[in-house]
Design a protein around this ligand. Structure first.
Ligand SMILES: NC(=O)c1ccc[n+]([C@@H]2O[C@H](COP(=O)([O-])OP(=O)(O)OC[C@H]3O[C@@H](n4cnc5c(N)ncnc54)[C@H](OP(=O)(O)O)[C@@H]3O)[C@@H](O)[C@H]2O)c1
Length: 266
């Protein structure tokens, strides 16, 4: 089976670091044209510098905040001006500054911010992009989420509660867009170590009074079936490429666990 995504126009949000940036590399290696985004211009420029080493003419950067709806409308217009359209939308989010935090530590402002970041921003952005995809009668929308929405974790309450609704949204959006050749799916990620995820684990270890290594082995490695963490290029990239391709046209309204067998819930 050969997948050809050459020339596909891809918008990935929250992609100047971590998983988003690694996914940008995956798409660039497939010959796609990619727009990366984040809130901070300097981060955008640093990421562009790195990504241009893969493909100097195919990657562009825009600043945008997933919690600011005006900036999302502008992002869609600017991306269409730059690329001429959007074939694949990958909605990746950042993280709430409050987490790791327990339910009673969260203020109503923390809940509002998390709701915008993990639910309303993705809902608004994907709705805007859907309208363009309907006109071109083709599109792929992929949301990045976490395995912890299936088995909520004490310290990820903000993300787990707000992200859960995105599954319902995905199923209903998929139903509305299916007849236009557009698919909508969610990826529930396990552990893909990034600077931020390691920092978060250090904070959790501190809260629990554990050594980092003990926490890492007990709650990251041992809980997985495969006894290792994930790698974006090798473990996540191929699924994202498949979901962005022609071959996945019958796969929509679905969620996929890519967590090395960590989730026990069915
Ligand atoms: N890493 C894991 O193991 C793991 C597991 C499951 C799920 N996830 C989820 O995957 C996503 C990415 O995780 P990561 O570890 O790659 O994070 P990361 O390394 O912290 O990267 C986050 C990216 O998002 C941008 N960003 C942050 N807030 C934003 C906002 N409001 N609007 C637009 N961009 C924003 C950041 O740049 P700026 O600061 O410049 O905006 C950065 O480019 C997160 O939502 C995380 O919950 C991660």
């Amino acid at each position: 089976m050969e997948i050809n995504l050459k020339g596909k126009r891809v918008l990935i949000t929250s992609s100047t670091k971590g998983i988003g940036k690694e996914l940008a590399k995956v798409f660039l290696k497939e010959g796609c044209k990619v727009v990366i985004t984040s809130r901070n211009k300097q981060n955008v420029n640093l990421a562009l510098e790195e990504l241009r080493q893969i493909s100097s003419n195919d990657v562009f950067g825009l600043t945008s905040d997933l919690t600011d709806y005006n900036s999302l409308s502008k992002l869609v217009n600017d991306t269409i001006n730059l690329l001429g359209g959007i074939d694949v939308l990958v909605v990746n989010s950042g993280n709430t500054p409050k987490e790791p935090s327990t339910m009673l530590e969260n203020s109503i402002e923390d809940w509002e911010h998390a709701t915008r970041l993990f639910l309303l921003g993705p809902v608004y952005l994907s709705t805007l992009v859907s309208k363009y995809m309907i006109e071109q009668k083709w599109g792929r929308i992929i949301f990045i989420s976490s395995w912890t929405i299936k088995e909520p974790q004490d310290f990820f309450s903000l993300a787990d509660v707000t992200r859960a609704s995105l599954i319902q949204f995905t199923k209903l959006l998929a139903r509305e867009l299916g007849k236009y050749g557009i698919t909508v799916n969610v990826l529930l990620l396990g552990s893909f170590p990034t600077e931020t995820s390691i920092k978060t684990l250090h904070k959790i270890a501190q809260k629990l009074g554990m050594h980092f290594d003990e926490l890492w082995n007990k709650y990251v490695i041992d809980v997985s079936a495969v006894k290792r963490v994930g790698n974006v290029e090798k473990d996540l990239g191929p699924l994202v490429i498949y979901l962005s391709s022609e071959y996945s046209s019958y796969v929509t309204g679905s969620y996929f666990l890519i967590d090395g067998g960590t989730t026990r819930a069915i």
